[in-house]
Design a protein around this ligand. Structure first.
Ligand code: NAD
Length: 495
């Protein structure tokens, strides 16, 4: 679609910021609302319901009633499958609208909103729908006079709290397995990007998810989010967000009803490129493309690049040649590969880290400035720092912006030691032609996912999550169903 047409559609797009509780769109009980500003140009997209504890009570009550009467949990897996597949088809049908909302709301390029966020959401819903009627329970090998069944049951009411960087996709990673397993769900999107989650609720209803089974509460973390995390009738919480908030979520779970609390948190992933890397051009393209993808606002962004000293100069030459390809552009132009930073606060954080890099002694090789300020939106140039060492702030803290820090090494074991010297453990990569070195390094890296000679591998079929302070759960794959099901043993006396 042409840029003009996207802009025309953007101007005509209506926004419904009301919450979705018990199958209906409603404003917050308090009547409080907040303005939803677009990072593309700073314009006000419309008012959004500012839900708080009273709305959380209503949504949890609706979810509980729906769970208890079995309107969804009581359906056969094959019936839930049909509805989830229809849900996926409708996400695809409304794909252009959802992609537009995503781009307007959080600033990512429209082409990725379509190819990654819309397609990924539909694919996730379809995959869990298709999986759920192919999973069998177990019979334990007990003595002959009894039968012990080990069955999986839905946990009950699941709260999903998600961040703003992939608003719809992170929601799908929670709601698809939770709904497939038969739970009722209350989803709280980020206050920075609530629009696609709200549209998903309308679409779910159209697909046949019964009222009350899927509720969406926009609002702030310390209000709606905390009320959900503290709620005595929420059985399980699936959280994706920062490590700081993740710690609070675990505390709130412990402070209330010890709800199951699963966290998918931040990262500071290391990408190690050895001199015997099989394809230097591919390693450069992947290192640069992966950090600047989604404006660097990806939990698994490889923000620490370790390059073996002997190839560093060549590596940096090639990387610098690619920087112009990642200049931020109009997010509604299908040719743009970098869009806007989500809001003024995040822009300030990213610019603060760039200043910390400069004052901390790293060498700024490219970028480092704001861009497209005349648009009224929030844009940052792709930024490359060399001569970074592991003690610097930019090498230690998650920046969540388009900033790549280059460190060098001469012994891969030392690179691994530094790669692991972080509270995070989400992802890592090693590039080498030596199979033993690849396997030894992959084993030594303390991360939930390790890539060898690539960084892009990602699929709904594999678990996604972290070691250490990157979280305690896994999204995606059949393993995600473990989070949203209880294991029950039933002993039957045979005689
Ligand atoms: P955040 O922690 O600020 O917010 C995440 C969600 O939690 C939002 O919906 C927010 O409203 C809510 N929240 C905030 N304070 C709360 C509180 N006190 N109680 C309950 N809820 C609260 O994170 P963010 O800035 O939205 O997202 C960026 C972070 O998410 C980064 O650290 C990134 O690495 C991480 N992330 C991780 C993954 C993963 O799979 N590991 C994926 C995407 C993003």
């Amino acid at each position: 679609m042409s840029t003009n047409l996207w802009h025309e559609r953007a101007a005509a797009q209506s926004i419904d910021g009301r919450a979705f509780i018990g199958g209906e769109r409603v404003w917050a009980k308090s009547e409080q609302r907040f303005d939803n500003l677009s990072p593309i140009d700073g314009r006000n997209l419309g008012a959004v319901a500012r839900c708080d504890g009273a709305d959380v009570d209503a949504a949890v009550a609706a979810a509980r009633a729906a769970f208890d009467d079995g309107r969804w949990a009581g359906k056969s897996p094959a019936q839930r499958k049909r509805v989830l597949i229809k849900f996926a088809d409708l996400v695809q049908k409304y794909g252009a609208e959802l992609a537009l909302l995503e781009t307007l709301d959080m600033g990512k390029p429209i082409k990725y909103s379509q190819s990654v966020d819309v397609n990924g959401t539909a694919n996730t819903l379809r995959w869990y729908g298709e999986a759920i009627d192919k999973i069998y329970d177990e019979i334990a090998p007990t003595a002959a006079n009894s039968l012990a069944l080990i069955t999986r049951e839905p946990v009950g009411v699941v709260a999903a709290i998600v961040p703003w960087n992939y608003p719809m996709l992170m929601a799908a990673w929670k709601i698809a397995p939770a709904l497939a397993a038969g739970n009722s769900v209350v989803l709280k999107p980020s206050e920075k990007s609530p629009l696609t989650a709200l549209r998903l609720a309308d679409i779910a209803l159209e697909a046949g998810i019964p009222p009350g089974v899927f509720n969406v509460l926009p609002g702030f973390g310390h209000e709606a989010g905390a009320a959900l995390a503290l709620h005595m009738d929420v059985d399980c919480i699936g959280f994706t967000g920062s490590t700081r908030t993740g710690k609070q979520i675990l505390q709130m779970a412990g402070q209330s009803n010890l709800k199951r609390a699963w966290t998918e948190l931040g990262g500071k992933s290391a990408n190690i490129v050895c001199a015997d890397c099989p394809d230097l051009d591919a390693a450069v393209a992947s290192a640069v493309g992966s950090i600047f993808f989604n404006q660097g606002e990806s939990c698994n962004a490889p923000s620490r690049l370790f390059v073996e000293e002997s190839i560093k100069e060549r590596f940096l030459e090639k990387a610098l040649a690619m920087m112009p390809d990642f200049q931020p552009g109009d997010p509604l132009d299908e040719a743009s590969v970098m869009g806007a930073i989500v809001d003024a606060t995040q822009l300030k954080i990213v610019m603060g880290y760039i200043e910390a890099g400069k004052s901390g002694g790293a060498k700024l090789l490219a970028g480092g400035r704001q861009a497209r300020s005349e648009s009224g939106g929030f844009y940052v140039e792709p930024t490359l720092f060399d001569q970074v060492d592991s003690s610097m702030t930019i090498a230690r803290e998650e920046i969540f912006g388009p900033v790549l820090s280059v460190l060098s090494f001469t012994d891969v074991r030392e690179a691994v030691r530094q790669a692991n010297a972080t509270p995070y453990g989400l992802q890592a990569a090693v590039w080498t032609s030596n199979i033993s070195k690849a396997i030894q390094t992959a084993r030594a890296l303390r991360a939930g996912t390790v890539h060898v000679n690539q960084y892009d591998g990602d699929d709904v079929t594999v678990p996604f999550g972290g070691y250490k302070q990157s979280g305690n759960g896994r999204d995606k794959s059949l393993h995600a169903l473990d989070k949203y099901t209880e294991l029950k043993t039933t002993w039957i006396q045979i005689g």
